[in-house]
Ligand binder design. Structure first.
Ligand code: SAH
Ligand code: SF4
Length: 365
């Protein structure tokens, strides 16, 4: 892999990828340029994957020179790429101010899902999550969220594409809502990437006041990190539960406007041995989620350095899933992807550049 070329990041300049179509047209108009020039630039960047403004040959030469001097296109450098035994790829990415973050590309039979980060670290400190151990370093910009797509696209072959985006990487998306919404605009912009909203999923640990504002953007999928069936256990696992307890969170999801979206809510439930894996827990789920069109995703805990939690034995996970299924809920027990390279849920904890790291070898988990 070639080393990072940070000079190309041009941190002092405004970045094309910070703006959805409407906003970029406005920016161009303000600079005295016709709005369609913004469309041309976006087509180069997102459809053709060209980031060098000098190479945008349907723009007049003097305009290319002017834009290249005043705009940046890239926001991240790929500093490490690790491939798991199952084909999952983890991209370690560096911002212009030398923060590290991770994005994960998950190939499946008929789709390629990209899992993007929204913050460097996370302030919510869930007790089982590696990212939560970092605390919040800062929010990512729109360009840094969208550039995770660009860097991942660049490692795919010509005939492949990213079909789905999940906001399930580092950070809490609803604490960086404006940037998340603008990046969804960019991913779903019909003239360029045109990703259908149903191919986009935002996961939250339950920042209740921001759920409705998020869903104003359209029929995207909402995933809620539930992980427990009582406030007592959830307070331990997801400290945010003390501010927005189960009744408040689930009550919000039961409200008319959200129910009328006609899209199921995905509930993520990380199974932890001896903590939330009992059959009583399994039986409590269905009454708890009453009135919400739900799909439950069970994820066996991914252990990481410093975590005291473990995944239950396979038979316990299977029994839990069977019990949830028997109660009439739709449920899947997820296979862990990318576990051997610490790319699985909750294992994302890119080190800062001041720390050690950047091995190009997959770490054994
Ligand atoms: N902050 C958001 C999105 C990122 S976390 C949220 O919490 O929803 C993505 C998912 O991975 C969440 O459901 C999270 O609870 C789960 N997760 C975190 N740590 C995990 C771990 N060690 N094992 C399995 N899942 C984990
Ligand atoms: Fe933050 Fe989500 Fe990890 Fe909780 S699980 S610390 S909200 S990234």
């Amino acid at each position: 892999m070639t080393g990072p070329d940070l000079s190309a990041l041009k941190p002092a300049l405004p970045n094309i990828k910070n703006h959805g179509r409407e906003a970029l047209r406005e920016e161009f108009k303000r600079a005295g340029l016709p709005a369609y020039r913004a469309d041309q630039v976006m087509a180069w960047v997102y459809v053709r994957g060209v980031e060098d403004i000098d190479a945008m040959t349907d723009l007049p030469l003097d305009l290319r020179k002017r834009l290249a001097a005043t705009w940046a296109v890239r926001a991240l450098d790929l500093v490490d790429l690790q491939t798991s035994e199952d084909g999952t790829r983890k991209l370690v990415l560096e911002t212009a101010d030398h923060e590290l973050l991770e994005a994960v590309l998950i190939p499946e039979e008929r789709r390629n899902t990209l899992c993007v980060s929204t913050q460097v670290g996370c302030p919510l400190a869930c007790s089982f999550c590696a990212t939560g151990k970092l605390g919040l370093r800062r929010n990512l910009t729109v360009a840094e969220i969208v550039d995770q797509w660009a860097r991942a696209r660049a490692i795919l072959s010509e005939d492949e594409s990213i079909t789905n985006v999940v906001f399930m990487g580092m950070g809490e998306p609803l604490l960086n809502l404006a940037a998340v919404k603008e990046s969804i605009q960019i991913f779903s912009e019909p003239r360029t990437l045109g990703m259908a909203p149903r191919r986009i999923t935002v996961s939250t640990s339950g920042v209740v006041p921001q759920i409705r504002p998020l869903l104003e953007i359209g029929p995207i999928n909402l995933a809620i990190s539930l992980h427990a069936t009582t406030d007592e256990v959830r307070d331990e696992l997801v400290p945010l539960n003390k501010r927005f307890p189960l009744e408040v969170l689930l009550g919000t999801l039961r409200q008319e406007e959200l129910v009328s979206r006609k899209r199921p809510v995905f509930f993520e439930y990380t199974l932890m041995e001896g903590i939330n894996d009992s059959l009583e827990d399994a039986r409590r789920l269905s009454p708890l989620l009453e009135g919400i069109a739900s799909k439950v995703n069970l994820i066996p805990m991914n252990s990481h350095d410093g975590s005291v939690y473990r995944a239950p034995k396979a038979a316990v996970c299977d029994a839990f899933a069977a019990e949830v299924h028997a109660s009439g809920l739709r449920v899947t027990l997820r296979r862990n992807r990318g576990r051997d390279i610490d790319a699985a849920c909750g294992q994302l904890a890119a080190r800062t550049t001041s720390g050690q790291g950047h091995s190009s070898q997959p770490r054994s988990g």
